[in-house]
Design a protein around this ligand. Structure first.
Ligand SMILES: CC(C)(CO)[C@@H](O)C(=O)NCCC(=O)O
Ligand code: NA
Length: 681
């Protein structure tokens, strides 16, 4: 049965609840809370009953790879992503999907650089590293920056699902906030990190199940896959790869796949919530494996959200509930879709709401746990070195409760500054997480960096972050408008409810025809570059100040705090340069030695680890062969259409592999046989 959209009545925030949100839906939501609570209680009472900080904050360092990986993914996959990603795809197409490319380097680098460094130093808090590498002041700065970031983020995390649910079904806003906040605080404070990780596992399953069920039923409701495909093609929602290098364009391949790497590093590399999970693993290897396994999990999560956006588009392309003012913000889109299209499937709205709150619970529980850890380890313990374990554990539990209350207060603060949540959350990651990433990279990769440099760099990075971030926010929204649904019949009854949830609606982001100049150019930088810009500025200023004030000497460094990047790079390049075999395109596998000793080819092989190599790899992969290899008569390409003309027609895999791994495809014809060579540099 297909719903005809013209017949859909405008949904009123306060009128819908009885009609659309059935008892079974409500029961499913309550079951989620009860099950999460039960897992928390189980870990509070089992084992050594959370009596040591090692057990409470680091799960006894006994965790295995699978629960860890699901928990790692769930931490930064909140209701923000569940409602924000489909809405983004609905309005702007699938370009955002390319953020999936950033997961490759964004997880490989943490797995092979950050995890080994942190794990071998036997840390509890990531910020201990900053004291070992620099000094106490840097550690305190880092801790405070992290606390600031997570407090804002958990406010967004807890408020988002409650607001969306309230706006669409009339479900009590503060009731939902209080219920999730309290349940989450209790199971985190009683069950410790083990409870947090195992509830994450359960909640991830609910999250995937909810999204999958909605997609399956949604596809059927929307009229089948082929109908959806036709609609999204007609509506131009399948975005091609946008290689526009302009850094002010919100979402392009570069902002997402490269800017996204820095975002991912700040989250999966140096953020305490994740570092704490790596450190709670039984072995270093298991931690590395869990990081690898996050990759498929994240891709599934991203894929499900994007597909949901496309299904939504097929249903509403001609009749957007946003344009009709049935809803007032993009973030209500998903729930409107659920309630409008799937209301006849009793239990499905409830399952999706459980999915939404699962996402949010798994995020804020991780935030509570990590905040309690850093407050204990970085701010309190250093002043009371002789504190007994039971006391420290009790204090950690109290801290968890306290942060639970802070979270509720933050929900109210976020309520006062209503905006588009996905961009808001990712901007906070970039603005606060970016400088933090910078200071860790400064320490790990640059032996010469000293403490003065680190503090100056961090402060400069934060100042720049807020300057650009707030500048961008203010200049992109010239007028704050208030949207009132004009087709409501009983305005008086619902006005307060509407005004409370709506208050302000962001002006839609339009494609500016004129290029911004001066400071405006800086303010209009895509928010996806915030992490990259801010971390680079911290590193740059940190290095300059270190050089001026006297760089660190080799002997002053604590062993294990620096990753010998240059040595490793040299090794890796040498390994890649030693060519093994190359792939013959016509059942022909040939060794390099069988190929003509051509000067050009020799040139590729002979040069060693230099910047030039990387540039060549980029050329090979991005530009057409006849640009950098004049006289292609000798080097004619068998598949001219695809590889040699126009450059941009090169397939995506070539470009990505070229840019990320410094490798490229060239096609060679020799003795009437053609060879595809994968050149690694
Ligand atoms: C952070 C990424 C990009 C990857 O983990 C994704 O999960 C996301 O878009 N998160 C938005 C923030 C949130 O869901 O809370
Ligand atoms: Na989550």
């Amino acid at each position: 049965k297909i719903h005809v959209n013209e017949e859909v009545l405008p949904l009123h925030p306060t009128l819908v609840s009885d009609k659309y949100f059935s008892t079974i839906d409500f029961v499913l939501f309550v079951l989620l809370l009860v099950a999460s609570m039960a897992i928390g209680l189980y870990y509070a009472l089992s084992g050594r009953q959370q009596r040591t900080t090692r057990e409470f904050l680091l799960a006894d360092q006994s965790m295995k790879c699978l629960p860890l990986s699901l928990s790692l993914m769930a931490t930064f996959q909140s209701a923000v992503a569940i409602v924000g990603t489909p809405a983004e795809v609905f309005t702007n197409g699938t370009q955002y999907w390319f953020i999936g490319c950033s997961y490759i380097l964004g997880l490989l680098i943490p797995a092979h650089i950050f995890i080994p460094v942190f794990y071998r130093l036997h840390l509890t808090s990531a910020y201990q590293y900053l004291e070992l590498r620099f000094c106490k002041a840097v550690r305190i700065c880092g801790t405070i920056t992290f606390i600031f970031q997570m407090i804002i983020y958990m406010g967004v995390g807890i408020y988002t699902p409650a607001l969306a649910l309230n706006a669409v079904t009339g479900f009590h806003l503060w009731g939902a906030v209080l219920a999730t906040g309290l349940v989450c605080t209790i199971y985190t404070a009683l069950g410790g990190l083990k409870a947090v990780i195992w509830t994450d596992v359960f909640q991830t399953v609910v999250m995937f199940a909810g999204q999958l069920a909605v997609i399956i039923v949604g596809v059927q409701q929307a009229g089948g896959l082929s109908h959806i495909w036709r609609k999204v093609i007609e509506g131009n929602r399948i975005s091609g790869i946008d290689l526009n290098p302009d850094p002010t364009v919100r979402h392009t391949f570069w902002t997402l796949a490269l800017g996204g790497v820095f975002l991912m590093l700040s989250l999966y590399g140096v953020n305490q919530t994740q570092v704490q999970r790596y450190l709670s693993s039984r072995t270093e290897k298991e931690a590395v494996m869990s990081c690898y396994m996050v990759f498929p999990c994240l891709q599934i999560a991203l894929g499900l959200s994007c597909v949901m956006g496309l299904v939504m588009f097929a249903c509403y392309s001609d009749n957007s509930p946003l344009d009709n003012q049935y809803i007032t913000s993009k973030d209500q889109m998903v729930l409107y879709f659920i309630m409008d299209m799937l209301q006849d499937f009793s239990g499905l709205p409830g399952l999706f709401v459980a999915c939404l709150f699962s996402a949010s619970l798994s995020t804020i529980s991780s935030a509570f746990s990590s905040l309690a850890t850093v407050t204990m380890e970085d701010l309190i313990k250093p002043h009371y070195p002789s504190m007994v374990e039971t006391r420290a554990t009790l204090l950690s539990k109290i801290l968890t409760f306290a942060y639970g209350l802070v979270c509720l207060v933050m929900a109210y603060v976020i309520h006062l500054m209503n905006g588009s949540v996905l961009q808001a959350a990712l901007s906070i990651f970039g603005m606060v997480g970016g400088p933090l990433l910078g200071v860790f990279c400064l320490g790990i990769f640059f032996p010469l960096a000293n403490s003065t440099g680190a503090v100056t760099g961090l402060v400069a990075g934060l100042v720049l972050a807020f300057w650009v971030g707030i500048g961008g926010f203010v200049t992109q929204i010239p007028s704050i408008t208030t949207v009132r649904p004009n087709n409501c019949t009983d305005m008086a009854a619902t006005e307060n409810a509407i005004m409370a949830t709506v208050t302000t609606a962001l002006a839609p982001i339009t494609d500016e025809p004129s290029k911004p100049v001066g400071l405006y150019a800086l303010y209009s930088l895509s928010y996806m570059w915030y992490s990259a810009l801010n971390s680079s500025v911290v590193i740059l200023i940190g290095l300059i100040v270190s050089l001026i004030t006297g760089p660190m000497k080799q002997g002053e460094l604590v062993a294990g705090t620096v990753y010998p990047l240059m040595d490793k790079a040299q090794d890796l390049m040498q390994k890649l340069l030693r060519p093994k075999s190359c792939v013959g395109s016509r059942e022909q596998r040939v060794k390099w030695t069988h190929l003509p000793s051509n000067a050009m080819l020799q040139y590729y092989i002979d040069i060693h680890c230099s910047v030039l190599q990387v540039l060549i790899a980029l050329c090979i992969s991005v530009f057409p062969a006849n640009w950098y290899m004049p006289g292609t008569n000798k080097w004619s390409c068998p598949n001219r259409e695809k590889h040699c003309k126009g450059g941009r027609e090169k397939d995506l895999s070539t470009i990505i592999s070229g840019c990320l791994f410094g490798a490229g495809n060239i096609s060679v014809t020799y003795n009437q046989k053609s060879y595809h060579l994968l050149v690694g540099v």
